[in-house]
Design a binder for this molecule. Structure first.
Ligand SMILES: Cc1cc2nc3c(=O)[nH]c(=O)nc-3n(C[C@H](O)[C@H](O)[C@H](O)COP(=O)(O)O)c2cc1C
Length: 202
């Protein structure tokens, strides 16, 4: 592995369960791939803009002249997309907020899911262009979503797997840090997730 891109989302700093587990994951990755470059994007401390009309025209206009005229608006999107395409491994560590992903992370997704760069429209539908990559999701939630009555309310893992699959990233492993707000699970949520990190195939 040449490069890993590690995206963290929680604004809760040292109190964040997803960050604590990602620290253990980073340590394991660094030991396993000592030669690799680790690129870290902290979306809580370095927030990204939403797409504006200029960026939209630059990345999705069907008129090449219009896209060219707006290309300055897509400088950040270009940079983030190159960063993703240059990485062999993508780690996304995120809390569940209101059953989905925080808009902090959605802003990054909107900037990197781009026609002609990370996917292409094709005769048979859509072809992902971000190929030969693996992803690891570290998903923190106050409740438990892998089983039980709340399972159907998890819009985090299905959404992330869908959007990553759309751009060609099919090899996705998940580590759950779940039940962080539930008395019966709170104490074991992080240790269980750290044990799951140790069991990941890297
Ligand atoms: C704004 C907000 C919304 C949340 N929504 C949910 C939710 O829909 N379902 C859930 O199980 N937990 C929810 N939680 C709890 C977090 O997912 C939980 O505290 C998790 O540990 C946060 O990750 P972090 O510790 O890495 O910040 C929410 C927390 C916040 C602050």
């Amino acid at each position: 592995m040449k490069q890993a891109l590690i995206i963290e989302v929680s604004p809760r700093g040292a109190e964040s369960a997803s960050r604590e587990v990602t620290e253990a994951l980073s340590a394991r990755l660094e030991a396993r791939f000592p030669e690799a470059r680790f690129v870290r994007r902290d979306l809580a401390n370095d927030t990204l803009p939403h797409l504006d009309i200029g960026a939209l025209k630059a990345i999705s206009s069907k008129d090449p002249l219009e896209a060219e005229a707006n290309k300055q608006s897509a400088v950040l999107s270009d940079k983030l997309t190159e960063e993703l395409l240059a990485s062999d491994l993508l780690v996304i560590a995120t809390p569940m907020w209101n059953f989905g992903i925080p808009s902090l992370l959605k802003a990054w997704i909107d900037l990197v899911v781009r026609p002609g760069r990370t996917f292409n429209y094709a005769k048979e539908g859509v072809v992902g262009l971000a190929r030969n990559k693996k992803a690891i999701l570290v998903l923190a939630s106050g409740g438990v979503f892998t089983e039980g009555p709340w399972k159907a309310w998890d819009f985090v893992e299905p959404y992330l797997r869908t959007v990553l699959g759309f751009i060609g990233i099919e090899d996705v492993q998940t580590v759950r840090v779940q039940g962080t707000n539930m008395p019966a699970h709170a104490k074991s949520a992080v240790p269980n997730a750290v044990a799951a990190v140790e069991a990941l195939s890297l």
